[in-house]
Design a protein around this ligand. Structure first.
Ligand SMILES: NC(=O)c1ccc[n+]([C@@H]2O[C@H](COP(=O)([O-])OP(=O)(O)OC[C@H]3O[C@@H](n4cnc5c(N)ncnc54)[C@H](O)[C@@H]3O)[C@@H](O)[C@H]2O)c1
Length: 450
């Protein structure tokens, strides 16, 4: 047999395993991205091994208990008891699987520079066990160049050769937490490999769980695609936030304007104002691109400007609360303020980078008697204080000087909230179908205050 035919046989063998669903899959990092993906592959018929450093998560998964709202325990239990999904902390499992998908966090340093520690650790762990016939896919959001400059050299240092012995691709995760409409299945998956076989193997793999796979020519194109998608959101949300602040001054409702603009069938898509951006993507990922761009002496003005506007929104919300109280002859200091929803967006339990945490911090600094209610979060730990979610009843609502809708969870009974509160400040446009002199909204004139 020639070397060339041996090369073909390694990738062909893996391709056949993937097509026949006999390829074992290892998912590194079982968080918001990794766990739903692990379950999707298990449901598609693959044997999936989840690898995580958090023993609590491993224990819960192996008992069929989900820690994410988007993953139902019932489905997890089914996959675990069918033997399709197992979780472990043992990194040696990496050597036993055919495909490894990396879903570890990508965070920022305190100076907002990319922190690739998790990717570096996972890459080194994988390199220890990397063997012929494996496909590795990086899913963590990161700057263009990470797969080639950070992951690839570590794998090559093992002596194995890309495209011949092993395969490496980047495929961004596009999960929309809390969404009932968009799932792994109906959200197209973008794939870019280090070389054509890597792309083909990864694309074939994802076609088992996703209706559509979009192939791009390099990992850099796939990495850039993901950060572009997140920058796009960040910039457009910032524009909606800026417009909201302007509309208040101009006596126009930003919600009415966005609704009218949305009637345009082309060239417009709606984004909405709010207390800022949160979650593990939008507040962080644009900085990954901005930092990488600086290495090319290039300044990404849109990214910086959008971040600046979005990051000032919590201060702006606190100003609105202060003004609303002031016009009712109340000082913000000592006022009873109740925040409804502390997660970064509706219908999720995720507190990461939630702008509401900054609202809490600012209100506490001002001496507010602050409380919150969130059906998905039992407590919030601040520097010197732990706030516990309070029960939402008539008495509680009425005892507060201002009730602020900070995350508009679908389960909130707005009729009840509005009917029993002295003053409601809605930062999400949740109350647009409600009338009442006690309702104020972000992006609407504040003249009603008082
Ligand atoms: N959450 C989202 O909505 C979302 C959407 C798209 C993309 N992403 C990207 O996906 C990546 C993961 O995000 P997430 O929200 O799932 O993070 P997460 O914090 O929820 O999960 C990451 C998991 O990785 C584990 N982990 C860390 N180091 C590990 C290691 N060396 N070995 C094994 N496990 C390890 C952690 O214990 C954790 O369980 C990030 O790059 C993020 O930007 C997230």
């Amino acid at each position: 047999m020639t070397n060339k035919s041996k090369e073909i046989s390694i990738s062909e063998k893996l391709l056949r395993k993937i097509k026949g669903k006999s390829a074992a899959i290892g998912i590194v990092g079982l968080g918001y991205v990794g766990l739903p993906l692990a379950l999707a592959f298990a449901k598609a018929g693959f044997n999936v091994n989840g690898i995580d450093v958090d023993p609590k998560k491993i224990n819960n998964i192996n008992r069929g208990i989900s820690y994410l709202l988007d993953v139902k325990s019932e489905q997890l239990k089914k996959a675990v008891s069918a033997g399709k999904l197992k979780a472990t902390s043992q990194s040696k499992t990496l050597g036993t699987v055919d495909v490894i998908i990396i879903c570890v966090p990508t965070t920022l340093t305190s100076t907002k520079e990319p922190d690739l520690t998790y990717i570096n650790v996972a890459t080194n762990q994988i390199a220890k066990y990397l063997r012929k016939g494996q496909l590795v896919i990086l899913e963590s959001t990161t700057y263009p160049g990470t797969t080639r400059e950070v992951v690839f050299p570590v794998f090559e240092s093992t002596g194995l050769k890309i495209g011949k012995d092993y395969f490496l691709s980047f495929s961004p995760e596009r999960v929309d937490p809390g969404s009932k409409q968009f799932t792994i299945k109906n959200t197209p998956k973008v794939v870019g490999g280090m070389e054509p076989k890597s792309t083909k193997l990864a694309a074939t793999l994802y076609s088992n769980v996703s209706d559509k796979v979009v192939e791009v020519s390099t990992p850099e194109a796939a990495e850039m695609d993901k950060v572009f998608e997140n920058v796009f959101r960040s910039v457009n949300i910032a524009m909606a936030n800026e417009l909201a602040m302007l509309c208040e001054k101009m006596n126009i409702s930003v919600w009415e304007v966005i609704k009218a603009a949305s009637s345009k069938p082309f060239g417009f898509m709606p984004f909405y104002p709010g207390p800022g951006v949160g979650g593990h993507c939008i507040p962080l990922d644009p900085y990954y691109l901005a930092s990488k761009a600086r290495a090319y002496d290039f300044h990404t003005h849109f990214i910086e400007l959008a971040a600046e506007i979005n990051e000032t929104m919590p201060d702006y919300i606190v100003t609105r609360i202060t003004d609303a109280l002031n016009s009712r002859s109340k000082s913000v200091k000592g006022a009873k303020v109740l925040l409804l929803g502390v997660t970064y967006k509706k219908d999720v339990e995720d507190l990461r980078e939630s702008p509401v945490l900054r609202v809490i911090e600012l209100l506490l600094e001002k001496g507010t008697d602050l409380h919150f209610h969130d059906p998905y979060v039992s407590e919030v730990k601040m520097k010197n204080k732990v706030l516990k979610s309070i029960k939402l009843d008539k008495k509680q609502l009425n005892s507060h000087d201002c009730v602020v809708i900070t995350s508009d969870h679908s389960c909130f009974d707005l009729n009840f909230i509005i009917a029993n509160s002295k003053l409601v400040l809605d930062t999400r446009g949740a109350t647009l179908n409600f009338k009442g002199n006690n309702i104020l909204r972000l992006g609407e004139p504040s003249k009603k205050e008082g």
